[in-house]
Design a protein around this ligand. Structure first.
Ligand SMILES: Cc1cc2nc3c(=O)[nH]c(=O)nc-3n(C[C@H](O)[C@H](O)[C@H](O)COP(=O)(O)OP(=O)(O)OC[C@H]3O[C@@H](n4cnc5c(N)ncnc54)[C@H](O)[C@@H]3O)c2cc1C
Length: 351
């Protein structure tokens, strides 16, 4: 087997990069370990939100990333024949004590921040306890991540472009001239390993930080599904008539097991916030691929031109991933071009 490019990992990073190669008609093979339930891309809320609601500012660079993201997911919808993007509004609830913040939000010039409509207020009064102010962020977008990853995996398998296997770096020989893994020989290997990249001997000097996040899957049968609801935690309409509820950021941890204390606190917040009953159906956890200074890591190893990485997507995999994948694909297939989206060249850390 002699693909030009060997991609390791099929989270959102590997999915988007392989899509870019496929679009360009490049020869590639994707290797992903099967049945990893702690894949960040499957635990994520998978929201594209142009507003940072803690500060009521628009997210830096969103005007570049979001149009590319929406175009990419809509193109994938057509290719895969499934629905992947849903436009939503997000109702953001505030304690009255935070009235000043709310005022700033409503008088903000951001095209995305609006006062709630009469219907929003009626809905909020019916399904949530009444001691909050509300602002509305719209549009925001929900990406159906599990459906995307599963349908893209089936698509690649049908073309023999995906192998389900764990790539042990000890069994992989990488030289400046190319890459060998078992019977596979490729010109370049691109690691899209998510949080596991911090153990990759070629890239472990990059500024990875350890971070984990978790979510509850809730049954809330009566809650209208046209909105996302935000009150520190978010309630996001998810598959199978459930709501995704999350999340937290833990920086000190030794495992990726569900945290019972976070679950207890989250359930207490929900009981205080919602007027209707809910039931916890599942509790999921994953490590986020985060970096110090929230650096995206996408580029070719400065000392090993046959190896590249696409990582550091942090909390923005679904929004920034498509534009970064497109730029990285162009850099790999046409090295003469400048790769303008990466925040710093990899030489900064890998001398
Ligand atoms: C609770 C939570 C909420 C989030 N919410 C959002 C959100 O609303 N919006 C947003 O944009 N982002 C969100 N994120 C962040 C987002 O999930 C990540 O940015 C993104 O999923 C990272 O994707 P990835 O492909 O780099 O990693 P992953 O999804 O972890 O994928 C890595 C893949 O590589 C495979 N792999 C690794 N090593 C090997 C190997 N050696 N051989 C074979 N396979 C290998 C793994 O099994 C896995 O399949 C959230 C994250 C969490 C945890």
């Amino acid at each position: 087997m002699q693909p030009q490019y060997l991609i390791i990992g099929q989270g959102i990073a590997g999915t988007l990069l392989s899509y870019e190669f496929w679009k360009q008609g490049k020869s590639f093979l994707l290797i992903d370990e099967a049945h990893n339930i702690s894949k960040a891309s499957l635990v994520a809320g998978a929201i594209i939100n142009p507003v940072n609601v803690n500060r009521w500012t628009t997210v830096q660079g969103q005007e570049n990333y979001i149009p590319t993201a929406l175009q990419t997911y809509r193109d994938l919808e057509r290719i895969l024949g499934i629905s992947l993007v849903e436009e939503k509004s997000m109702l953001v609830f505030h304690d009255e004590r935070k009235g000043q913040l709310l005022k700033e939000a409503q008088s903000s010039s951001s095209e995305y921040i609006h006062p709630p409509s009469r219907a929003d207020i009626t809905l909020a009064n019916r399904f949530f306890t009444g001691k909050y102010g509300i602002a509305k962020v719209a549009p925001v977008w929900k990406i159906h991540a599990a459906q995307l990853l599963s349908a893209w995996s089936d698509f690649l398998k049908s073309k023999k472009l995906l192998k389900e296997e764990f790539l042990n770096t000890d069994e992989c020989v990488i030289t400046p001239g190319g890459v060998t893994f078992k019977e596979i020989r490729a010109e370049k290997i691109i690691f899209c390993e998510g949080a596991k990249a911090m153990h990759n001997p070629l890239f472990n000097k990059l500024p990875f930080t350890k971070n984990r996040g978790e979510a509850l899957l809730l049954s809330v049968p009566d809650l209208p599904r046209e909105n996302i609801y935000h009150y520190g935690i978010r309630l996001v309409p998810a598959a199978k008539d459930l709501f995704w509820c999350g999340s937290n950021y833990q920086w000190q941890f030794n495992n990726v097991l569900p945290d019972p204390i976070w679950r207890m606190q989250t359930e207490a917040t929900l009981r205080q916030w919602l007027t209707i009953p809910f039931e916890v159906v599942d509790h999921v956890v994953a490590e986020r691929p985060t970096t110090a200074g929230q650096q995206f890591l996408a580029g070719i190893h400065p000392a090993m031109p046959s190896a590249a990485i696409f990582n550091g997507l942090g909390t923005k995999g679904f929004s920034c991933g498509p534009a970064l994948a497109n730029a990285l694909c162009r850099q790999l297939t046409d090295p003469g071009k400048t790769f303008s989206l990466i925040s710093k060249p990899l030489e900064t850390w890998l001398k």
